[in-house]
Design a protein around this ligand. Sequence first.
Ligand SMILES: C[S@@+](CC[C@H](N)C(=O)[O-])C[C@H]1O[C@@H](n2cnc3c(N)ncnc32)[C@H](O)[C@@H]1O
Length: 331
Amino acid sequence: MSIPRTYSFTRYLTAKKSVDDRALNRYVWQSLSAALPCSTAEKPLHVLEIGAGLGAMVERLVAGGLLRHATYTAIDMELTLIAEARRCLSQWAATQGWQVQQDSPVQACPDGPEACPGAHEIHMQRPGREITVATEAIDVAHFIARERGRRTWDLLIAQAFLDLVDVPTTLPALLSLLRPGGLLYCPITFDGGTVFQPEIDPEFDRVIEACYHQTMDQRLIAGKPSGDSCTGRHLFAHLRAAGAEVLAAGSSDWVVCAGANGYPADEAYFLHFIIHTVHTALAGHAALDAERFAAWIAQRRAQVEQGTLVYIAHQLDILGRVPAFLVATRE
Ligand SMILES: C[S@@+](CC[C@H](N)C(=O)[O-])C[C@H]1O[C@@H](n2cnc3c(N)ncnc32)[C@H](O)[C@@H]1O
């Protein structure tokens, strides 16, 4: 592919699917499967996914047979992503032989459709299985404020999400949405490793990596800390501090390289998007000579075109559980 002139986050998330499929930790996935309670039509599993993007995890769980009877609430702050998630999911389910029915703006929104932009429900049915997916465009903080003490879920999923927020304050609030004994699954949680190979200049490569991670550590959203470049490893202690136990953990590194036929699927675009992200994050950074950094970016782009760039991001998948005896005293 030629170097993109514009960048689309929707296309990036679509391209990310095949990278995630390879990366997800099988042991943690199997532990999740084993820990999920049985569901029936009368007692469906209640799942909440925050920062759901295009809904790739819904597809994965349904295809993997982890959801049989379930209500799945998928939220994301971006209305365009939620709308696209709904479109992709309905289309995917229909091609997989599910009977699909879509509801107009929903009853699922307790405060009426105007209060819940993008709120919709998709009903998927096939013999012995019934899944309802409710989608909504909403900031997770607003969602927590609205739902706390109102509803609880059996499983909360946060894929590639927790490294974008302030975990010490967000995690306890998220856990309060789980029923006692409920599960928290956090796959693809960034953990402080960004590797581009081959090396261009080992010293300069290292400075770029350090500065890039620093932008995550120093990120402020609405004046509040919102990120940690080592979220994965820090999550163990945060979970413990919030009263949850870790049931399983393992690495889920992204490893992207070209084969004889180039990069798989749309992964060349994925790489260009990652380079664009690094470029945008570090443009004008005081520790980087602007000309040298521009040349570095151009070289990385050329490596994608030549199929020589290897990209590795270190990440962790973590499965946690809140105690079965936990009651509403948690903050
Ligand atoms: C890195 S993407 C991951 C998307 C999806 N989980 C995946 O792995 O494909 C992070 C997602 O979180 C959403 N997001 C970020 N901050 C959010 C917030 N405060 N509330 C709700 N969604 C948020 C973004 O819009 C984005 O779709």
